[in-house]
Design a binder for this molecule. Structure first.
Ligand code: UDP
Ligand code: MG
Length: 330
């Protein structure tokens, strides 16, 4: 029997966990019936400070298909996904957000595309639920990324999708720490199928990715997949140099011919301010790469696991009410 793993990061999602479990386990049941596919559900608790872990553990006791990887603290969305990928055992792995913005009911379609031969299946948003400024920023980001990226990648998609075992292993070989998963998924190549869906609003609670985290993620996408910012500095420096040289030559000729040039205030001020600004931006861009290089050379692990929780006995909750009978692997 073939098997599927569902990998899902969870951070402070207590408001929607019961609904999540109901919908995902329902889909897992149907996978077994329709595709003869055994499934496990790898939930990564990314240092939640609410009741998420407790609630998940309770569900894990009654359903042995749940595996909970409890991280030692909040590491962030991408490291949590990495933890899930490293612990998933299935012949194929579905990666999705745990806020029900990625509908679990789409999984059978992903599986179908996989069975038809796609090693990688990308769930592409036909529409997204974010409107207003956030929606506009997302759209602008994906447009910009498509232009800037050195690698031709599916843009407009998030982490939601399926990777078969071979593709998962390839992604796991990419050890970089500043991870932009959709980019890594494009990087591994293979026949990449696409399934379209409408992105929903998150089922409950507030978005857990702060604005700062999202910006950082966007920067990771650009700086890990593009040298264009560096090239832009080079080009700009080159153009400015040519102009300065021409201008200096012009001033020199005026001086030699003793044509009285009005010694102004504006030109030097503008030149100093502009070049100063350009230099600061350039140093900033260098800094973005440098910071990432520093981060990489430290070679720290991507995450730390506190414990792995899975049921040893499906009926444990009935025999010991209030006590979680689970096996814990350190
Ligand atoms: N998440 C996480 N760690 C974090 C932030 C978020 O594991 O530090 C999880 C979160 O629980 C959710 C998924 O990552 O399942 C996506 O987060 P969110 O919906 O807040 O992001 P957005 O939809 O705003 O990109
Ligand atoms: Mg979300």
């Amino acid at each position: 029997m073939r098997s599927l793993s569902i990998v899902m990061p969870i951070y402070n999602e207590e408001a929607l966990i019961d609904e999540l479990v109901r919908r995902v386990t329902h889909v897992m049941d149907s996978l077994e019936r329709e595709f003869d596919l055994a499934s496990e559900w790898v939930l990564i608790n990314d240092g939640s400070r609410d009741r998420s872990l407790e609630m998940l553990a309770k569900h894990a006791v009654s359903d042995p298909r749940l595996v909970i990887i409890d991280l030692s603290r909040n590491f962030g969305h991408q490291p949590a996904i990495q933890a899930g990928l490293e612990h998933a055992a299935g012949d194929a792995v579905v990666i999705m957000d745990g806020d029900l913005q990625d509908p679990p009911e789409l999984i059978p379609e992903l599986v179908q595309a996989w069975k038809k031969g796609s090693r990688v299946v990308v769930a592409q948003r036909r529409s997204r639920a974010e409107h207003g400024i956030k929606g506009m920023m997302f759209a602008a980001f994906h447009k910009m990324l498509a232009k800037v990226s050195d690698l031709k990648m599916e843009t407009g998609s998030g982490v939601f999708g399926l990777l078969d075992r071979k593709a998962v292993n390839e992604v796991l070989l990419l050890r970089e720490r500043n991870r932009f998963f959709p980019g890594l998924r494009s990087w591994v190549g293979y026949d990449q199928g696409v399934v379209y869906y409408d992105r929903e609003e998150r089922a409950a609670g507030e978005p857990k990715q702060t604005f700062g985290r999202l910006m950082r993620y966007a920067f990771d996408a650009v700086f890990s997949f593009s040298f264009k910012p560096l090239r832009a500095i080079w080009t700009f420096g080159f153009i400015v140099s040519i102009f300065s040289f021409a201008y200096a030559l012009f001033l020199l000729v005026m001086r030699i011919l003793n044509i009285n040039v009005v010694v102004g205030f504006t030109t030097p001020t503008v030149a100093i301010l502009m070049l100063g600004g350009v230099q600061l931006i350039s140093i900033g861009i260098l800094g973005e790469y440098l910071g990432r290089i520093y981060d990489e050379v430290k070679q720290r692990p991507h995450y730390v696991v506190n414990e792995i929780i899975r049921s040893t006995n499906a009926n444990a909750i009935a025999t010991s009410p209030g006590v979680l009978s689970v096996s814990v692997e350190e």
